[in-house]
Ligand binder design. Sequence first.
Ligand code: DQA
Length: 145
Amino acid sequence: MTQPLVYVLNGPNINLLGTREPGIYGHETLADINARLEEQAKTLGLTIKTLQSNHEGTLVDWLHEAQAEGAKAVILNAAAYTHTSVALLDATKAITVPVIEVHLSNPHKREEFRHKSYIGMAALGTIAGFGAQSYALALQAAAAL
Ligand code: DQA
């Protein structure tokens, strides 16, 4: 029997975690976070596909792919595109796979331009402000769907 599949998508600059503004985003790299998620996925009986791109259209394509592959959920940290991307909003609406929005930081405690989330308008829910732990909480939420 195949295990449910969860896509974990990360947007621009998330590839620089570890060295990027560590006071905000912490010292862990994306590879560290993904390795921990792989371990957690095993215990939850899930298969995860972890992807990162600095390009908006690529993230749109991966949302479509998640649908085509029959994914159970998508965990999406769209990073700065969260606050700008109607294309990612439309893609989130265009698929029936539930999207869980994730942020390491709490955008509501930061600059005003980060208070608006296009993803949040269509996401099933949002987990933000728990650092790398935000991803673990999102995977737990995905498993429970
Ligand atoms: C972020 C928050 C965004 O405002 C920012 O542009 C990011 C990362 C987070 O995970 O806290 O790149 O999505």
